[in-house]
Design a binder for this molecule. Structure first.
Ligand code: FES
Length: 103
């Protein structure tokens, strides 16, 4: 799939999520230690909005019930083992614009 533009880099604040709808998906975009991270916005537990979650040590904490996901990989760190992992997407910055491959 072709890369899609998500947002301007300068609209992101460090360790704060931003909800972006693109490519038929709702994704949460983060700026963590200078790197952009993009994951599905909906928590695997009950669809909580991960873009509103706190960022702690490179992970996002779901604001609803506290499940935790590693932003670089989508790996579920806290939450039911059977839920699997969150989808994380390759993302980068091109000419000041956050890009991602949303397959
Ligand atoms: S909806 Fe995210 S932890 Fe419950």
């Amino acid at each position: 799939m072709a890369p899609v533009q998500l947002c301007e880099l300068d609209t992101l604040e460090p360790d704060r999520g931003r909800l972006v709808r693109a490519g038929g998906r709702a994704v949460a975009v983060f700026l963590v230690h200078g790197s952009v991270r993009v994951v599905d916005n909906a928590c695997l537990h009950a669809g909580g909005p991960l873009a509103d979650g706190a960022v702690v040590d490179g992970c996002v904490v779901c604001p609803f019930h506290g499940w935790v996901y590693e932003l670089a990989t989508g790996r579920r760190v806290v939450g039911a083992r059977t839920a699997g992992d969150l989808r994380a997407y390759p993302a980068w910055v091109e000419a000041g614009v956050v890009m991602a491959e949303l397959d």
